[in-house]
Design a protein around this ligand. Structure first.
Ligand code: PNS
Length: 167
């Protein structure tokens, strides 16, 4: 049996923590699809097209991997449609657990053939999250250790656009 995984998230922006989890998933699964999805609780900094472009650039050298967008509907239905038997999620801290536990069991209720697999990134990424990267970089802080250079460039561009817009 083929083991195909989807790796969903808002990826706003895609960080080195995401990349670390992705590399671990690629060591386990034959095929991985990164799925950029919207989280109804969040209002993103980057458009879906920008996020797709940044991820495509970051993962340029990897095979058995693609980047797709879930424009509407449920992730569980998408997993069924593409024949994925696993959903990969990165977990960093205990506080991630409650939300991940809820999503995992709901996705299993909606599509019983899918199992959520939790992977832990390298410890050096356990304290970073897209939200903090967004906040620090929009306030002019250096986050270059935590994102790919192309993501850094896109963050800088976004900060400049925002500064121009405010002045
Ligand atoms: O990176 P995030 O924001 O933690 O990812 C959350 C995401 C996008 C995976 C989740 O909100 C999601 O699956 N959205 C798609 C719509 C859906 O299926 N919602 C119900 C999840 S049980």
């Amino acid at each position: 049996m083929k083991h195909n995984a989807i790796y969903p998230g808002t990826f706003d922006p895609f960080t080195n923590g995401h990349l670390d989890v992705l590399e671990r998933a690629l060591n386990i699964f034959e095929n991985v699809i990164i799925v950029i999805a919207e989280n109804s609780q969040k209002s993103p900094l980057f458009t879906v097209a920008e996020r797709q472009a940044m991820i495509t650039e970051v993962i340029g050298g990897y095979s058995n991997l693609s980047v797709e967008v879930l424009r509407e509907g449920l992730l569980a239905d998408y997993a069924r449609k593409v024949g994925a038997n696993a959903i990969v999620r990165g977990v960093r801290q205990v506080k991630d657990f409650e939300y991940e536990f809820q999503m995992s069991l709901l996705n299993r209720h909606l599509y019983p053939e899918v199992t959520t697999v939790f992977l832990m990134p390298n410890v050096k990424y356990t304290y970073i999250a897209s939200s903090i990267i967004r906040e620090v970089s929009m306030l002019g802080g250096d986050v270059s250790k935590f994102v790919h250079p192309c993501v850094m460039e896109m963050l800088n561009k976004k900060r400049m656009e925002r500064t121009e817009h405010q002045s």
